[in-house]
Design a protein around this ligand. Sequence first.
Ligand code: SME
Length: 152
Amino acid sequence: MTFDPLKPQIKTIINQTTASTNERLLSICSLLEQQIPHYNWVGFYFKNGDKNELKLGPYVGAPTDHTIIPFGKGICGQVAVSNKNFVVPDVSAQDNYIACSINVKAEIVIPLFVNGENIGQIDIDSNTADPFTAEDERFLEFVCEEVAMMLA
Ligand code: SME
């Protein structure tokens, strides 16, 4: 699918300076979950102060018990350490994976850098097997860059 029409909508949300940061992040999660059929859970995790753990931020989708994830644990915790995109076509094939829902078949996590520092990530779960392409990665990198500008 083409993600280009969503890019100006992301910018519009980022530029809503009367809304709080968390309100804008939640709006981005809603937009992505509603407009992209293979995005079924969309959320942000951020480094929790000076601890080596991630804390769940705004999200849309089923509530998760995993509001704190230690660095290195699960797909999210691995991205906190690797600083690299992690695309998982089949979550059942992963040893270091934290299951949130039995419906989830695939996951993509893209790190978010502010001034070169990995301060968090966008995490997307899909109920469709192997749905993510390089276009998802490029689009989500765009989303993370826009969010980084808002947070900087
Ligand atoms: N599956 C993630 C945990 C977060 S949930 O997807 C919301 C992981 O393995 O890190």
